[in-house]
Design a protein around this ligand. Structure first.
Ligand SMILES: Cc1cc2nc3c(=O)[nH]c(=O)nc-3n(C[C@H](O)[C@H](O)[C@H](O)COP(=O)(O)OP(=O)(O)OC[C@H]3O[C@@H](n4cnc5c(N)ncnc54)[C@H](O)[C@@H]3O)c2cc1C
Length: 286
C-alpha cells in the first residue's frame, strides 16, 4: 500500500479554508484543471483544501453598481442564470463556451481565474468587463483588477493562502452592446482565439469601446490603443473592418502545435471585427 500523496480536508467556511492554507496547500474547487494536473504529476500538493461546501462562495447577487458572483459559481450556472444574463450577457455567453457540459457543470469561476489559462473565456470576459476580483487571506480582504492579478500563462500574483471569494462585474449600461465570440478547433475545445467586446454608440459615433482578446498571446490582453482609436469615429461595418486591420499592431500572437502565430493573428483580426458588429447589434437588448 502506497502512502497518500497528500492530505484532503473539506472546509466549511472561508475562515477555515484560509486558516488551514499554507505553502504546500491548494484549494480544490471544480477540480477540472487541478485534478488532471495532479494525475499527470504536473502539480503536487501536501494539503488539498476542498471549498465546495462553503455555501456563501456560490452566491449570486447585485447592488446598484455591480453584479457579484461567488467564486464557486459553476460555469453552467453562470451561463444560464437570469440575473447574470441581464446584467452581463457577455459573461453568460463566455461561460456557455467553456469546455463541454461536464466541465461546465463542475468548473468554477474562481478556479478559472486562479488557473489563469491564456485562452480562458471567463478571464477574457472579465478583462473586457473591468471586473474586480475579491480575495481573502489571513491578512484580510483584498480586491484585484484582472491586469493586477495576472502575471503570465498559468501564473497569478495569488499566494497559496489567498482564496478567491468572488467577482464584481459592473452592470451593463442601457446603451451598451456586448458580445463574446471565439473560434475553437472543435466544439468544447479551448478557444484558439476569443474576443470580448463592449460598445457604446452616441449620435452614430463610438463613445467608448472595450475589447479583450484571449488565446492569441501569453495571456488575455486589452486592446487599449484600438479602443482609443475607435472613439469618436462613425459607427458601422466599414469602421469594424478597419478596426480588425489594426489588431495586429497590439496582438503579439504566439504559436503552438494547434495553431501558428500568423493564424492566431488572422483570427484575432476577424473576431474583433465580428465582435464589434455583434456588439453594435446587441445595444439595448436585454
Ligand atoms: C476537457 C476540459 C476542457 C476544458 N475546456 C476549457 C475551455 O474551453 N475554456 C476554459 O477556460 N477552461 C477549460 N477547462 C478548464 C475549466 O474551465 C476549469 O473548470 C477551470 O480552469 C478551473 O476551475 P475549477 O473550478 O475546475 O478549478 P480547480 O481545478 O479546482 O482548480 C484550479 C486551480 O485554481 C485554484 N483554485 C480553485 N479555486 C480557487 C479559489 N476560489 N481561490 C484560489 N484558488 C483557487 C486551485 O488550487 C488550482 O490551482 C477545461 C477543462 C477540461 C478538463
Amino acid at each position: 500500500m502506497y502512502p497518500l500523496p497528500f492530505v484532503y480536508k473539506k472546509a466549511q467556511s472561508i475562515a477555515e479554508a484560509v486558516a488551514w492554507a499554507g505553502d504546500d496547500s491548494r484549494f480544490l474547487a471544480g477540480g477540472q484543471s487541478l485534478l488532471p494536473m495532479l494525475n499527470l504529476q504536473l502539480a503536487s500538493v501536501g494539503l488539498l483544501i476542498d471549498v465546495n461546501a462553503i455555501a456563501e462562495l456560490a452566491a449570486i447577487g447585485e447592488d446598484r453598481a455591480a453584479l457579484s458572483v461567488g467564486a464557486l459559481t459553476r460555469h453552467d450556472t453562470l451561463a444560464r442564470h437570469a440575473t447574470v444574463r441581464r446584467a452581463s450577457p457577455l459573461l453568460a455567453e463566455a461561460a456557455s463556451l467553456v469546455g463541454n457540459p461536464r466541465v461546465r457543470r463542475r468548473g468554477t469561476l474562481g478556479g478559472s481565474v486562479a488557473q489563469a489559462d491564456p485562452a480562458a473565456e471567463l478571464v477574457t470576459a472579465l478583462l473586457a468587463l473591468d471586473a474586480e476580483i475579491d480575495v481573502v487571506s489571513p491578512d484580510g480582504r483584498q480586491r484585484y483588477t484582472v491586469p493586477s492579478l495576472m502575471l503570465g500563462p498559468l501564473l497569478t500574483v495569488l499566494r497559496s493562502q489567498e482564496l478567491v471569494v468572488g467577482v464584481r462585474v459592473p452592470h451593463r449600461e442601457p446603451a451598451e452592446g456586448q458580445a463574446f465570440v471565439e473560434v475553437a478547433r472543435r466544439e468544447g475545445d479551448f478557444a484558439l482565439v476569443a474576443v470580448a467586446a463592449r460598445l457604446w454608440i452616441r449620435s452614430g459615433r463610438v463613445a467608448r469601446a472595450a475589447i479583450a482578446v484571449g488565446g492569441a498571446a501569453e495571456m488575455p490582453i486589452r486592446l487599449a490603443d484600438l479602443e482609443a482609436w475607435l472613439k469618436g469615429q462613425k459607427a458601422g461595418a466599414p469602421l469594424w473592418d478597419a478596426a480588425g486591420e489594426r489588431v495586429s499592431d497590439e496582438v503579439r500572437a504566439v504559436g503552438d502545435p494547434f495553431a501558428g502565430a500568423a493564424y492566431r493573428t488572422h483570427l484575432s483580426r476577424v473576431l474583433v471585427c465580428r465582435a464589434l458588429a455583434q456588439a453594435e447589434r446587441a445595444r439595448g437588448a436585454s
